[in-house]
Design a protein around this ligand. Structure first.
Ligand code: ATP
Length: 164
């Protein structure tokens, strides 16, 4: 079975209303969902992530992928967890892929949400801020929902340093 190793980020910023999280609406998911009557109007939200380049450390990949896919630069606060899943490639010879994605918690530093390059637009339909509170109800994948809970626990237990 093929293996893919990626890294991604849970990027948060504090606002007067509480923490907000940067999420993306992947382009390909939107078109798949568009074919299904039942789910036609349901947007698929996910965390920014991507394959680890050779010579790159996972935390660097997380920062780079978040910047490329959301337009935002963040600094690493903590490693959250590794999620694992399997999928079948819909192109080529329908190979099964076992995938591991390492997620990091990032604090917002700079940039404007959805300020992404035309090349990145092929992958990302839209990046947006959503409230961290209840964000797991918005995310499409269980592994990512678990990561969000860990992020909230981290922020709650470091309330003094990371107050919104
Ligand atoms: P990357 O973002 O790492 O560059 P990619 O866009 O090629 O990779 P994925 O986002 O892993 O690949 O998507 C491949 C397939 O896996 C898609 O069908 C997608 O719906 C599914 N998928 C993506 N994330 C998850 C997840 N956390 N859990 C289960 N399935 C997922």
């Amino acid at each position: 079975m093929l293996r893919e190793i990626s890294a991604g980020g849970v990027l948060v910023r504090s606002t007067p209303e509480g923490w907000e999280l940067a999420v993306i609406e992947p382009q390909r998911e939107a078109s798949i969902v568009g074919q299904s009557d039942k789910k036609r109007h349901k947007e698929v939200l996910a965390l920014p992530k991507g394959l680890i380049d050779s010579g790159e450390k996972p935390a660097q990949t997380a920062v780079r992928e978040v910047r490329e896919e959301t337009g935002l630069t963040g600094s690493i606060l903590a490693k959250l967890s590794d999620i694992k899943y399997m999928y079948v490639r819909s192109w080529g010879d329908n190979q099964r892929v076992f995938k591991i994605v390492s997620f990091y918690l990032l604090r917002y530093e700079s940039g404007n949400i959805d300020d992404v390059s035309p090349e990145m637009r092929i992958e990302v339909k839209r990046a947006q801020w959503i409230p961290l509170e209840g964000a797991e109800r918005e995310l499409a994948y269980r592994g990512e929902r678990d990561v969000i809970r860990l992020a909230r626990e981290y922020l709650n237990s470091h309330a003094e340093e990371e107050r919104p």
